[in-house]
Design a protein. Structure first.
Length: 285
């Protein structure tokens, strides 16, 4: 059977279009326009592109959006003042502070400062706790996007063996939690795991969120598995800058049933889920 290369851009466009319709209907019914605030510190090129794409999609979905840009050298207090002000604004339902922050700023303090009800990244400890106890909450966008892809690709995930490579707070751990809630048998592979490849070869669903270019090769993959590649790694091939995932796409595509490409797989779905979370936050308000 030929491999299905999952088109994350197409799926993201579809979801954003559906949400745009929903926003239109809700506003016609007299509801407030959902508002998203993005805070960007410094001028990291990747972060600047991510923020631009997030705002573009928010506008496509009919959201009100604001971007606050702070200088690379801003103080913790200046950043906290911005977050406090956004926490109090009635027209802002979702707040996202683009990570990573410059080293002199505490990400933890900023994550903890955002009101849990406006935490559209789903990183606040209150939301992390609600997710891990299986209660409704704002869920981190990247794993939420991966789950949406998997459900569309496979339908019911019950009983599948899912292996998540990576245990970060923003991808690996929430991904494992979501798969557990979808009744998968879940294994987590990380940098200290012995024989990661052997564990991954047992997976019906393999999610790679490591940040190591093309770490997952075809000898890590069971024939017929569904492979989700979260990684975004900048490499240089023949003097040209190229983005590659954590999966060796060429080799693995020959072995699996379906795979997300990089770019154009998980990335666009992450943004669609950010819009979704902002809508959820606005509705709960
Ligand atoms: P992270 O650095 O916080 O975590 C990486 C994890 O991988 C760690 O838990 C570590 O234990 C594990 N790891 C490292 N080397 C390993 C190895 N050799 N074998 C097994 N596990 C190993 O990274 P992150 O924030 O989770 O991001 C992972 C990747 O996903 C990065 O490339 C990042 O750019 C990308 N990412 C993409 C999106 C998106 O929207 N597509 C969103 C977030 C992150």
């Amino acid at each position: 059977m030929p491999v299905n290369i999952i088109d994350g851009r197409q799926l993201s466009d579809l979801l954003i279009e559906e949400m745009a319709q929903e926003v239109k209907v809700r506003m016609a019914q007299g509801h407030q326009q959902p508002g998203l605030a993005v805070v960007l510190v410094g001028e990291d090129p990747a972060s600047t592109i991510y923020v631009r794409n997030k705002i573009r999609c928010a506008e496509k979905a009919g959201l009100f959006s604001v971007v606050t840009r702070l200088d690379e050298t801003c103080t913790q207090q200046e950043l906290e003042d911005v977050v406090n002000e956004l926490n109090e604004r009635d027209d802002i339902h979702g707040i996202l502070v683009q990570l990573p922050l410059p080293e002199h700023l505490s990400e933890e303090r900023i994550i903890n400062l955002i009101k849990p009800s406006k935490d559209v990244d789903g990183f606040h400890p209150v939301n992390v706790g609600l997710l891990s106890s299986g209660q409704a909450t704002l869920i981190p966008c990247t794993p939420l996007g991966c789950l949406e892809i998997l459900k569309r690709e496979m339908g019911d995930l019950s009983g599948k063996h899912a292996v998540v490579v990576g245990r970060s707070n923003i991808v690996g751990k929430p991904m494992a939690n979501l798969l557990l809630q979808a009744n998968c048998t879940v294994s987590i592979v990380h940098s200290k795991t012995i024989d990661a490849a052997a564990l991954c070869r047992q997976a019906d669903i393999l999610v790679a969120a490591v940040g190591v270019a093309e770490l997952v090769d075809d000898n890590w993959v069971k024939p017929g598995a569904v492979v989700i590649d979260v990684g975004i790694n900048a490499t240089e091939i023949d003097g040209k800058r190229k983005l590659v995932g954590d999966v060796n796409f060429e080799n693995v595509a020959g072995k699996c049933r379906a795979i997300t490409p990089v770019p154009g797989g998980v990335g666009p779905m992450t943004i669609a889920c950010l819009i979704k979370n902002t809508l959820v936050a606005a509705k709960q308000n």
